[in-house]
Design a binder for this molecule. Structure first.
Ligand code: TRP
Ligand code: SF4
Length: 405
C-alpha cells in the first residue's frame, strides 16, 4: 500500500487518565481497539493534557492513572506489536499544532461544540471557564491531524469533536494549500497518470464538482491511491484538485462510531465513574461479588414470591451482555413466574464477570511486576509517534510559511 493510502487508513484514538478503567471502557472501547489493531495501523494514546483541562486543580489522579491505564490496555489485549501506544505530553508536536490551528479557528466554532456547555453544566463544581477547556476539542483536532489519521474510533459524545476537526482541516487546506502554480502542478500530475487514467480522473472530477456525485469522488480517490508512478506531493495535489480546494496537507478524518455496546452500570444507567455504578477492571473477587449481590432489581419484587419484569431490572441488562439464549429464557420465565429468586438470577452474571476479569487481572499483575517492560513499550511508542508528528509539523510549517530557519 502506498503512503497516501496508509494515511487514510490510519486509526487514532485516545483516553483520558482520570481514574481506574471499568467494564464500560472494556466493552465500549478496548474490545473495539483490540479488533482494530489487527485491521489498521493504530495509534492509541494517553490523553493526559486533556485530563488536565478538567483536573488542573488536583492533577494527582492523572499521575496515578497513566500507568494503570497503560497496564489495563495491555492486559485487555492491546498489543504493542500491532498498535503504537504513547503518552500525549511526550509528543510536544500535539501542542505546537494546537497553537498553529488556534490561529485559524474562529472562537464561535469552539463555543458551539455541544460538549463545551454540557460539560460545564455537568461538572458545576469545577471552574471550567478556562482557555484550556474551551480549546479541548481543538487540542483533540491536533491529536488527530498530527498523525493525518483517517479513522477515529469514538463514542457518540465525541462525534462533534471529529466534525470540528474536519472543519479545521478544511479551513487549513483552503488557506495554506494554495501553493504558487497549484493548478498547473495539479494538471501536470493528472497527465502523469497516463492518458486513460487522466481522462477518467477529469470525468470523475467534473461529476463531483458539478453534481456533487459522491460515488465519483470515491472512485477518483481510489484511482489516485492506486497510482504507482507519481509522488506523494502530486497525490496530495490531486486529492485537493479533485475537491476543488488546494493541496491537501491535513486530510479530513472520519469518526468510526464505536458499535453501541452500551455497558449498563450497576443501577441500570450507563456505566460511568460519575454515577458510582462501575465494576473496575481491578476490583477483586469479593468486591465484584458484593457489588453484584447488592445491585438493585425490579422494585416490584419485594418478596421472593412477587413476580417481576426483567425489563425493569438492571440485572437483566447484564444477562443480555453475558448470558446465552437458554439462560436468558430461564431468567425471563423464572422472573415472571417468581420461580427463581434474584439471588439465583444474579449467580450466572457473577460467574461471567469473574471469568471475564480473571485473565485480565492476571495479565495486569504480570505487567505490574515488570513495569520496566511497560515503560519500554511506551518509550518506543512515543518515539514512533514523534517521528510521524515531526513530519507533519514540517509540512504544516512549510505551508504556513514559518520554516525560515
Ligand atoms: N476526548 C476524548 C474522550 O474524552 C479523548 C481524546 C483526546 C481523543 N484526544 C483524542 C479521542 C483524539 C480520539 C482522538 O474520550
Ligand atoms: Fe431482576 Fe432476575 Fe430478580 Fe427478575 S429475577 S428482578 S431479572 S434479578
Amino acid at each position: 500500500m502506498n503512503t497516501v493510502a496508509i494515511q487514510h487508513q490510519r486509526v487514532l484514538s485516545g483516553m483520558r487518565p482520570t481514574g481506574l478503567l471499568h467494564l464500560g471502557h472494556y466493552h465500549g472501547v478496548l474490545k473495539n481497539w483490540v479488533k482494530l489493531q489487527h485491521e489498521y495501523e493504530c495509534f492509541f494514546f494517553v490523553a493526559d493534557w486533556h485530563a488536565l483541562t478538567t483536573h488542573y486543580e488536583d492533577p494527582s489522579i492523572i499521575e496515578k492513572s497513566v500507568w494503570n491505564m497503560v497496564v489495563d490496555w495491555l492486559a485487555a489485549g492491546i498489543s504493542p506489536g500491532s498498535a503504537k501506544l504513547f503518552i500525549q505530553s511526550q509528543v510536544p508536536e500535539h501542542a505546537e499544532l494546537h497553537t498553529l490551528l488556534s490561529m485559524i479557528t474562529p472562537l464561535g466554532w469552539l463555543e458551539r461544540v455541544p460538549t463545551y456547555k454540557d460539560q460545564q453544566e455537568a461538572l458545576k463544581e469545577k471552574d471550567l471557564a478556562t482557555y484550556g477547556f474551551l480549546g479541548y476539542p481543538l487540542l483533540q483536532s491536533a491529536d488527530i491531524l498530527v498523525y493525518k489519521a483517517g479513522l477515529v474510533p469514538v463514542g457518540e459524545d465525541q462525534v462533534a469533536h471529529v466534525e470540528l476537526t474536519r472543519e479545521v482541516a478544511r479551513r487549513f487546506n483552503h488557506l495554506y494549500g494554495r501553493e504558487p502554480g497549484f493548478e498547473d502542478k495539479a494538471e501536470q500530475a493528472v497527465v502523469k497518470m497516463g492518458k486513460k487514467n487522466a481522462r477518467m480522473f477529469r470525468d470523475y472530477r467534473k461529476r463531483f464538482q458539478e453534481k456533487g456525485d459522491q460515488e465519483a469522488i470515491k472512485v477518483a480517490r481510489a484511482l489516485i491511491d492506486s497510482q504507482q508512478n507519481i509522488s506523494i506531493g502530486d497525490k496530495e495535489r490531486l486529492f485537493g484538485y479533485l475537491e476543488g480546494s488546494g493541496k491537501i496537507i491535513l486530510p479530513e478524518p472520519q469518526a468510526l462510531l464505536t458499535p453501541a455496546a452500551k455497558m449498563p452500570g450497576l443501577d441500570g444507567r450507563k456505566m460511568s465513574k460519575s454515577y458510582h455504578n462501575t465494576i473496575s477492571l481491578r476490583d477483586d473477587v469479593d468486591t465484584v461479588v458484593k457489588k453484584l449481590r447488592t445491585m438493585p432489581t425490579d422494585p416490584a419484587r419485594i418478596r421472593r414470591t412477587d413476580p417481576g419484569d426483567p425489563e425493569k431490572c438492571p440485572v437483566w441488562q447484564f444477562h443480555k451482555i453475558y448470558s446465552d439464549e437458554s439462560t436468558c429464557d430461564w431468567v425471563r420465565n423464572g422472573c415472571h413466574s417468581a420461580s427463581i429468586g434474584c439471588v439465583d438470577c444474579k449467580q450466572p452474571v457473577i460467574d461471567h464477570v469473574l471469568a471475564e476479569l480473571k485473565p485480565i487481572q492476571a495479565r495486569a499483575k504480570e505487567y505490574e511486576e515488570d513495569m520496566s517492560t511497560v515503560k519500554a513499550i511506551i518509550n518506543e511508542g512515543n518515539e514512533n509517534a514523534r517521528e510521524v508528528a515531526h513530519d507533519t509539523l514540517e509540512d504544516v510549517r512549510k505551508a504556513m510559511g514559518i520554516n525560515y530557519i
